[in-house]
Write a protein that binds this ligand. Structure first.
Ligand code: ADP
Ligand code: ZN
Ligand code: ZN
Length: 822
């Protein structure tokens, strides 16, 4: 019997091991095992396959141990990992790393053992004094951690010594296994068992306690809360100590009773998730929503994936709820993917009200232990329904019936780093397919890829173009920044119309959202006399000025420094800030509207676990009049009192150097505009731009997605962009500029020889040419869309990369492959 094992090493294949008789009963797909790897290493991996076929080219080693009594992952998950590794050009070990919450991963600490076959008397291996010392110490212990030796042999030489001992065959190195997950427990107390059996025992006890009033009180209070003779099972669960102290009992008397073994203190494992109460769910679908549900059912007859294109406020959530209920009732599981920051909004609360305890939430800000509990909740059937961020794709589902991807156009569904660099929307569709489940993509502004697939019939398509309750779409105003500037009407970056609208809203005690997609105070500072701009020492970017902490910061590597008092290039004191970030907008607003209460929501104000939630709650409670924020405020906010949305600088979004910048601008502006005036009130949206004549603005204002799409898609076709081709980007990274460039050039030459219909562009310096002292070059491959061509090409590509890495001069170059990059 043999087992193929996935190991956490960057090697693109499985390793086959022999399964000895003692483990044959206990092993199967998804079990964790310990195996020898290389000459003297031991690793833990996951069994992907069990079979009778011995490997042809090497002698299989035996599995050393099986770690689980139940599989931790199922066969479908391994199939999914395998697909992901192939599609996104990475190693399955890397997918495994991303998939398992670190609480489930085994932490490996290197341990040193004496080699069982080592004979210290044997000649031929001269040992020096320090080596002998290590061997002597080891002989007294079973095994030791490498760090423990550092105490015996101070200095940095211990690794060298161990390496030398390894090469002489004197010791073995183990990666020892330690579970990381720890369950949450609480201390409870209960009456000791001996008092339960006979009533006179208890009477004796009271006699004994006579005069000790406080202890008596504890006992009486306990018996009052827990009638031990009528309901002995209640005593098993006992009480939290503070229930008694809250009732006025003395803490020290409780402790005394525990010491006397009258009460016993014990620990129980509890869930990290509070019980959710299911609310009274009285919502009925509107006729339009009902129609949509019917249509979805109809199209699912012959389509697996469907695009639900519903404008902001059209009530997609209630449609999801209806469909989720049906699938859960049929006994299947449901996964709802949300972008990171939508996870603390009203949508989650709404769903929690309907589904209560059946619903698990998988958030990236959760602790490892919380994640393990969601994982186990899915495994054990507590959570048949999970809403979560992109990594929830990896949960151990075994019978998905429906996968919903809300806000499917969101760029945050793409994982940039590290590998697997996957797009969660696309991966979710594959996952659903493996489960024979249906997929719904929901958006007010679909990704072009999705709309393209809906247009050509690959996906079903259902449209909702009315807001729920016929709430009206907001009124748009275009504000011309340059015109106002000329007439001296631009004050602190705000045009006259936006200032007036804000004042009106404040007068009516309504709320305002101000959108600026740049955090910090100013994108950079610059010397007015010589043009000097401070740059990051480690990256090829200018430093962003953060006024609040009085700092210049690099947004790529975290480097920070105090801004100089004078220009280091020419000595001038005329250093001014250039450009506008959220901090500056916040400051400007407080100068323009001194009476308004202003808050800011961006990466800097939401780093803590509940930072985001706190700001939203404050805003929802009406403690804030104006909320300034980055794209964080464009998602899922639903507040009645927001009557105005201002976009400070639409051009910043439009002129990003990327073929998707138009699509992005349309999505972001439409989404943030959708926050204005829901329900009865019609809202206002003011967009500030230097080029109000651009077509995209009239398309956004009339909500004409289709026109916009058709015009953009023509250009994509003409210039070979997705969705007409597949993009693959390969970045080379090295501390030496020339080496990075050369590796990229060599790779391009090799890739060009692969037989496939393609265009290879580059090498070119990356948009940010240096990050953390490493230079970056990239090549872009535009590849024919056929599946077989892609598979062939990717395999060849990985081989070419390995070929290059085998060359001495490129050995330390990192090659990062990104399939469907953004
Ligand atoms: P979307 O996600 O499509 O932008 P939402 O699902 O947030 O829209 O719905 C918009 C608003 O309409 C929400 O405040 C929601 O509570 C309300 N709503 C939607 N459907 C119903 C319904 N059937 N009954 C009552 N309120 C509804
Ligand atoms: Zn200067
Ligand atoms: Zn930097």
């Amino acid at each position: 019997m043999y087992a193929d094992v996935i190991l956490p090493v960057p090697i693109p294949k499985w390793f086959t091991y022999r399964v000895e008789a003692e483990f044959q009963e206990q092993i199967g797909i998804g079990y964790r095992v310990m195996v020898p790897f290389g000459n003297r290493k031991i690793l833990t991996g996951i069994v992907a396959k069990v079979h009778p076929k011995a490997p042809e080219i090497y002698q299989a080693k035996a599995i050393l141990d099986v770690l689980d009594d139940f599989p931790v992952v199922n066969a479908l998950q391994i199939k999914f990992w395998n697909w992901m590794a192939g599609y996104y050009c990475c190693h399955i070990g890397e997918v495994m790393n991303a998939a398992l919450p670190s609480g489930l991963k085994l932490s490996t600490e290197s341990r040193v053992h004496l080699h069982p076959n080592f004979d210290p008397e044997a000649p031929g291996f001269p040992m020096d004094g320090r080596e002998l010392l290590v061997l002597e110490t080891l002989a007294k212990h079973d095994e030791m951690r490498v760090e423990q030796f550092e105490q015996i042999l101070p200095g940095k030489t211990i690794h060298k010594i161990i390496k030398s001992l390894l090469s002489k065959g004197a010791v073995l190195l183990y990666e020892s296994v330690k579970e990381k997950y720890s369950p949450k427990t609480e201390h409870r107390i209960r009456l000791a068992k001996k008092f339960l059996t006979e009533e006179n025992q208890l009477q004796d006890l009271f006699l004994e306690l006579k005069g000790k009033q406080k202890q008596e009180q504890v006992l009486l209070q306990y018996l009052q809360l827990i009638p031990v003779f009528q309901k002995p099972e209640l005593n098993d669960a006992g009480l939290l100590k503070n229930v008694l102290t809250d009732a006025g009992c003395s803490q020290s008397s409780i402790d005394t009773l525990i010491k006397k073994e009258v009460l016993e203190s014990f620990r129980v494992t509890i869930s990290r998730f509070e019980e959710q109460t299911v609310g009274n769910d009285s919502i009925t679908l509107s006729p339009l929503q009902q129609e949509a549900v019917q249509e979805i059912h109809g199209q699912f007859e012959d389509k697996n994936t469907l695009l639900l294109h519903g404008i902001t406020g059209s009530g997609k959530t209630e449609i999801y709820i209806e469909l989720i209920k049906e699938v859960l009732d049929s006994g299947s599981q449901v996964l709802l993917l949300l972008p990171e920051i939508a996870l603390t909004t009203h949508l989650v609360f709404r769903l929690q009200k309907v589904f209560g305890n059946k619903m698990g939430v998988y958030h990236s800000k959760y602790s490892d232990n919380e994640r393990v509990e969601v994982w186990q909740g899915v495994l054990k059937g507590r959570f048949n329904f999970v809403i979560g961020v992109r990594s929830s794709l990896f949960l151990p589902f075994d019978s998905l019936g429906l996968v919903i991807i809300d806000e499917e156009h969101e760029p945050s569904y793409k994982q940039f780093d590290p590998a697997p660099r996957f797009q969660a929307r696309d991966a979710a569709i594959m996952l659903a397919w493996m489960h024979q489940a249906k997929t719904i993509l929901g958006s007010a502004t679909p990704a072009f890829e999705s709309f393209f697939n809906a247009q050509n019939g690959k996906y079903g398509y259902v449209k909702l173009d009315k807001r729920y309750g016929n709430a009206e779409l907001p009124h748009f105003h275009l504000a011309d920044i340059l015109k106002d500037k000329k007439k001296n009407l631009l004050k602190l970056d705000f045009t006259r119309i936006l200032r007036e609208k804000i004042q009106d809203a404040l007068n009516r005690q309504e709320q305002v959202l101000i959108f600026q997609n740049r955090r910090g105070y100013a994108p950079y500072i610059s010397c007015e006399d010589c043009g000097w701009i401070p740059q990051c020492e480690h990256c090829d970017v200018s430093l962003t000025y953060h006024q609040y902490q009085e700092e210049l910061r690099c947004h790529y590597c975290g480097f920070k420094e105090k801004p100089p008092k004078a220009c280091p290039a020419c000595g001038s004191h005329k250093l001014t800030t250039v450009g506008v970030g959220t901090e500056r907008i916040e400051e400007n607003l407080s100068l323009l509207f001194p009476e308004a209460r202003i808050a800011r929501m961006d990466l800097d104000t939401t780093r803590s676990k509940y930072g985001y939630q706190r700001i939203l709650e404050d805003f929802g409670a009406g403690n804030v009049d104006i909320l300034v924020g980055t794209q964080m405020i464009t998602k899922g906010l639903d507040f009645d009192r927001v009557s105005l949305v201002g976009v400070v600088d639409a051009d910043r979004i439009l002129y990003f150097p990327d073929f998707r910048s138009g699509e992005r601008a349309f999505q972001q502006i439409t989404q943030v505009a959708g926050r204005a005036g829901r329900r009865e009130k019609t809202g206002d949206v003011v967009i500030q731009t230097r080029r109000p004549d651009q077509l995209i603005f009239s398309q956004i204002m009339s909500g004409n997605y289709t026109d916009f799409y058709q015009q953009e898609i023509r250009e994509r076709k003409q210039f070979y962009y997705p969705p007409f081709i597949k993009n693959i980007k390969v970045t080379t990274k090295h501390k030496d500029y020339k080496t990075a460039e050369n590796a990229s050039l060599h790779l391009k030459n090799l890739v060009t020889t692969i037989e496939a219909k393609k265009i290879v562009l580059g090498p070119e310096k990356s948009l940010i040419g240096k990050i953390k002292n490493l230079y970056l070059f990239e090549i872009w491959i535009k590849l024919e869309k056929s599946v077989s061509v892609q598979e062939y090409f990717k395999k060849e590509l990985m081989e070419k990369i390995m070929e290059l890495q085998a060359e001495k001069k490129f050995r330390s170059v990192r090659f990062l492959v990104d399939v469907d990059p953004f």
